[in-house]
Ligand binder design. Structure first.
Ligand code: PLP
Length: 438
């Protein structure tokens, strides 16, 4: 499978090149050259397939022969080693929980899949890959965990000192082995600037450097699986199904729209945002005018100029009306989101995190028009990750899930840097060749 750059469709790359580079040399996002709908038979029988089989059938065309079948199946099986339960609130309202992975956020699947693909390619080309990533919290923990002990891949994470939550810092800065996290004396933007400097630095050309942010196709593509998993469980209801996706950088919902392009019978998609409402405003007015991003309680969606929106436009051949027919977008304030968290607890005994609550709000909005359709909203993080917000609203303590409680005993590593120069000299001391015995 080939991918082209959305800045110039003459600039192409294979799957492995696109994964290793992350972004095209012309700075465009990669997009698949062909998207082949799956045959009807697949959907007729989908309830008989395991999640792993669905994942393999849906992603294999995007990889082609670049990863052998057995390797790809093993990668999928490791990636999907946890549950994706669908919780019923009432006959027409379901929540698909995507937070049962190791770092309690939906980004785990993309990070785990990407790490294993990169590990495979690094072994094949005998060159170590260094993943460099700046994080404000969630991405760093999913990436650290996803790449932990991946052979031939080193990970360097930069996060703003004192500006990530305690749980996030424990998740991203206690692992050692191939993961090194640096607390940067500065803001997230300072971390991001250092990453950008490294990518254009000629002095680092000897290192195979890549990024693990959400625009990498190996993080984007596997997210389409959630939508097949949800459909499989509700197909026998014989009703229209729509899906509300809490959206920030619009990678997750873009993967949902890709699933639809593959033939998944979803009647409509809802992008639910916080007050960073560039896309809702665009769909209303056809004007795309990103402003400075605003801080909210659903902070993983504090994005004003979503990187993946250009991929969504490409999926619809830049046809505004076609896009509007498939996608609605609504934005919600923090106050309304808090009320929703309270209501979900009181009415349904469900504890939602702020992102999931925004998803439920979008679902309600669409239900006003189509009350007989089944709505599914995605719950993208465990509420414990946002306990400062959620506990005072529901007036209750949230339990830490068993499988992550052990991190509380770990020791945060003490690596700090304050300048790009320090980062560069660290990168130059790492060994770039894969050992022969590997
Ligand atoms: C990243 C994230 C989102 C937003 O997903 P996008 O793909 O960027 O739209 C929503 N919720 C949580 C908890 C996240 O970490």
């Amino acid at each position: 499978m080939n991918y082209y750059s959305l800045n110039n469709n003459q600039n192409k790359a294979s799957f492995s090149e696109a994964v290793i580079k992350g972004i095209a040399p012309d700075k465009g996002l990669y997009f698949p050259e062909n998207i082949q709908a799956l045959n009807k038979d697949f959907f007729n029988k989908i309830e008989y397939f395991s999640n792993e089989e669905i994942a393999y059938q849906t992603i294999k065309q995007f990889i082609g022969n670049e990863i052998p079948e057995q390797e790809l199946k093993a990668i999928i099986s490791e990636t999907l080693s946890f549950d994706f339960p669908l919780v019923k609130l009432n006959d027409n309202n379901y929540i698909l929980e995507l937070f049962h992975g190791p770092t309690l956020a939906f980004k785990d699947v993309g990070a785990r899949f990407m790490s294993r693909c990169l590990g495979y390619f690094s072994k094949e080309n005998c060159k170590k890959t260094t993943v460099l990533v700046a994080t404000s919290g969630d991405t760093g923990s999913a990436v650290a965990n996803g790449f932990y002990k991946t052979p031939n891949v080193d990970v360097v994470i930069l996060y703003p000192k004192g500006k990530v939550s305690h749980i996030q810092e424990l998740q991203l800065n206690t692992l050692e082995e191939n993961i090194t996290a640096f607390a940067v004396d500065g803001t997230f933007d300072d971390c991001q600037a250092m990453v950008k400097s490294a990518f254009i630095d000629e002095g680092l050309k000897s290192i195979q450097l890549t990024s693990a942010n959400s625009i990498n196709i190996a993080r984007w593509l596997p997210q389409m699986w959630y939508f097949f998993f949800a459909y499989k469980q509700l197909k026998n209801k014989n009703k229209d199904i729509f899906i509300s996706v809490p959206s920030g950088n619009f990678g997750n919902i873009c993967a949902g729209l890709l699933a639809e392009k593959l033939g998944l019978p979803i009647s409509h998609f809802i992008a639910s945002t916080n007050v960073n409402d560039t896309v809702p405003y665009y769909l209303k007015t056809s004007e795309y005018t990103p402003k400075a991003s605003q801080q909210t309680i659903s902070n993983a969606m504090d994005v004003s100029d979503p990187s993946n929106f250009i991929r969504i436009q490409e999926l619809f051949s830049n046809d505004f009306n076609a896009l509007k027919a498939a996608l609605s977008a609504y934005s919600f304030t923090d106050d309304i989101t808090r009320e929703k968290i309270k209501e979900l607890k009181e009415k349904h005994y469900y504890i939602a995190d702020p992102h999931g609550a925004v998803g439920q709000l979008g679902l309600d909005k669409y239900h006003e028009k189509y009350p007989d359709s089944i709505g599914i909203s995605l719950e993208t993080a465990h509420p414990i990750k946002f306990l400062d917000v959620v506990e005072p609203i529901i007036n209750e303590k949230i339990d830490l899930p068993e499988h992550i409680s052990e991190i509380l005993n770990k020791t945060i590593q003490n690596h700090e840097i304050s300048s790009y120069k320090e980062l560069k000299s660290y990168l130059l001391t790492t060994d770039n060749v894969v050992p022969l015995s590997n």
